[in-house]
Design a binder for this molecule. Structure first.
Ligand SMILES: C=CC1=C(C)c2cc3[nH]c(cc4nc(cc5[nH]c(cc1n2)c(C)c5CCC(=O)O)C(CCC(=O)O)=C4C)c(C)c3C=C
Ligand SMILES: [Fe+2]
Length: 412
C-alpha cells in the first residue's frame, strides 16, 4: 500500500490512529502489518485504542500496582539456582528490567527472540518484580530482609500447596493482549535461564477493555462487582496505605509495596445453588450493580447500622463487606488487584476456577493479615472458597532511567 492509497480501509486506519494520538503512531510497522492482515474489512478501532496504550516502566513505583486492570495476566515465581549468589541475581534483575522496559514500550525483547507480539502495540503491558524471603538467604542479604516479609500466619482453613506457593522471585505480567502478555512471560523466563528456575506459574484474566459500554468495576467469577471499595489514588491516605513511605525501613523498600498473593478456588457449583437473595446476603451488596444492601448506588458508603423492617441488619453480621471493612479492622486496608483464573475442570466436574487474589499494601501485618484472620474465623463467603496457594513478596520501588529494579537492595 503506498502513501496515495485512499481505500476505505486505509482511511479508516489513519483516522483512528490519528485519534489515538502519538501513542498510536508508536505502533510503527505494526500499522502496515495490520493493513495487510486478513482482518482488512474489520474496523481497526480495537488495535488503535487498546494496543497503543503504553505504561511507563521507569518511575517512582513499579508498574502493575496502580495500573488499571488488564485483560490478561501471568504470575510466575522463580527460585535462584543454588550457586547463583548476589552477583548473578543482580545481573538477572538488570536483564529483567531491560526486557520489561523494551517490551512495555512496544519494542522487541532485547535478546532478539521475538515474534509472538510482533504486530501489536504495547497493549498496556506491565511487568512487576518482587522478592520472597528465600531470596535474602540465597544471596547473603539476610541483614536487609524486611520485617514485613515475616511468613504469613497459617490460617485454619488454608489448604495450601507448597509447590505452588512462595518463591525467591516473583514476576507479575499484565497486558490487554494475550500474545503481548505471553511474549513478556517467555522473555522473562529466557532471561532467568541458568540463574533461576521456574517454581510455579499461573494464568489470569479479566474483562477486556471495551467489552462494556462504559468503564465499570470488574466482576469476578461469582458474578459480583469486585473492587468497588478499593483505596483510590485520589484519596489523601492512598500512598500511606499502599506504599512504603520515604524514609521507611528498610531504605531500599522506599516507594515499594508488599504483594500478598493467594490462589483462591471458588466452589462455584455450591455458589450457583444459592438464590440471588442468599448470594447478595453473603456479600452485603447487590449482584446486578454492586450497590450496598443498605441502599444507594455502587459508590454509596455501606450503612452498617441500617435495619430492615423486621429489625434485622440490612447488611448481615457475617456479610463479607462488614467483616472486611477497614472500620471493623482497625483501619486495615489494601489495594486488591486480582485476576480470575480457570484451569479446566476437576475430576468431579467442578470448575477449577476462582481468583488469583493480589493485595498491595505498605505493611501486610496491618493490611492483609488482620483481615484474613477475621475471614478465617468465618464470614459468609469463606464457605464457598478454598485458599490453595499463598505467597508474600517485597516489591521495591520503581527504577529510574538507567537503573534496574532492586538495585538499591543488591548494590546498596
Ligand atoms: C484478606 C482479604 C480479602 C480476601 C482474601 C478476599 C477475598 C475475596 N473477596 C471477594 C469478593 C468481594 N470482596 C469485596 C470487598 C472486600 N474484600 C476485602 C478483602 C478480602 N477479600 C476487602 C478489604 C473488601 C472491601 C471492604 C470495604 O471496604 O467495604 C467485595 C465488595 C466490593 C468491593 O468493595 O470490592 C466483593 C464482591 C471474593 C470473591 C474473594 C475470594 C475469592
Ligand atoms: Fe473480598
Amino acid at each position: 500500500m503506498n502513501e496515495h492509497d485512499t481505500s476505505p480501509t486505509r482511511r479508516r486506519l489513519l483516522g483512528t490512529v490519528g485519534a489515538a494520538g502519538a501513542a498510536g503512531l508508536a505502533l510503527g510497522g505494526a500499522g502496515g502489518a495490520f493493513a495487510r492482515s486478513a482482518a482488512e474489512d474489520e474496523a481497526p478501532t480495537a488495535l488503535a485504542t487498546v494496543g497503543s496504550t503504553e505504561v511507563p516502566f521507569h518511575g517512582r513505583h513499579q508498574p502493575g500496582i496502580t495500573t488499571p486492570l488488564q485483560a490478561h495476566a501471568h504470575l510466575a515465581a522463580f527460585d535462584l539456582v543454588s550457586d547463583a549468589g548476589r552477583g548473578r541475581a543482580a545481573a538477572l534483575l538488570r536483564r529483567w528490567s531491560r526486557t520489561a522496559a523494551a517490551l512495555m514500550a512496544g519494542g522487541p525483547a532485547p535478546d532478539g527472540h521475538s515474534g509472538v507480539a510482533l504486530d501489536a502495540g504495547p497493549s498496556s503491558l506491565t511487568v512487576t518484580f518482587g522478592f520472597g524471603r528465600g531470596f535474602f538467604r540465597r544471596t547473603g542479604l539476610t541483614a536487609r530482609l524486611p520485617e514485613a516479609l515475616a511468613p504469613l500466619p497459617q490460617f485454619s482453613a488454608d489448604a495450601l500447596d507448597a509447590r505452588r506457593s512462595d518463591g525467591d522471585l516473583w514476576v507479575q505480567v499484565g497486558a490487554d493482549d494475550g500474545l503481548v502478555a505471553f511474549e513478556a512471560l517467555r522473555a522473562v523466563q529466557r532471561d532467568a535461564s541458568g540463574t533461576a528456575r521456574l517454581r510455579w506459574q499461573m494464568n489470569g484474566f479479566n474483562r477486556s477493555a471495551g467489552a462494556t459500554a462504559r468503564p465499570m468495576t470488574m466482576r469476578n467469577l461469582m458474578g459480583q462487582v469486585d473492587g468497588t471499595n478499593n483505596p483510590k489514588p485520589s484519596e489523601p491516605d492512598f500512598d500511606e496505605r499502599v506504599f512504603v513511605p520515604p524514609g521507611g525501613t528498610p531504605d531500599w523498600m522506599e516507594h515499594g509495596s508488599y504483594a500478598v498473593f493467594r490462589r483462591i478456588r471458588m466452589l462455584l457449583d455450591s455458589w450457583d445453588e444459592l438464590s440471588l437473595a442468599r448470594q447478595e446476603k453473603v456479600i452485603g451488596r447487590r449482584k446486578a450493580d454492586g450497590a450496598p444492601l443498605s441502599g444507594g448506588t455502587e459508590t454509596t458508603a455501606v450503612d452498617m447500622e441500617k435495619r430492615k423492617g423486621d429489625g434485622s441488619p440490612a447488611v448481615a453480621a457475617n456479610a463479607h463487606v462488614r467483616v472486611t471493612a477497614p472500620d471493623t479492622n482497625g483501619g486495615a486496608a489494601m489495594l486488591r488487584r486480582s485476576f480470575s483464573f480457570h484451569d479446566g475442570f476437576r475430576d468431579d466436574g467442578a470448575p477449577d476456577a476462582g481468583l488469583l487474589f493480589v493485595a498491595w499494601q505498605a505493611d501486610p501485618l496491618t493490611g492483609f493479615v488482620p483481615v484474613q484472620r477475621k475471614l478465617d474465623s468465618g464470614d459468609a463467603l469463606s464457605a464457598f472458597l478454598r485458599h490453595e496457594a499463598s505467597a508474600l513478596f517485597a516489591v521495591p520501588g520503581g527504577a529510574a532511567e538507567g537503573e534496574y529494579v532492586g538495585q538499591r537492595l543488591l548494590e546498596g
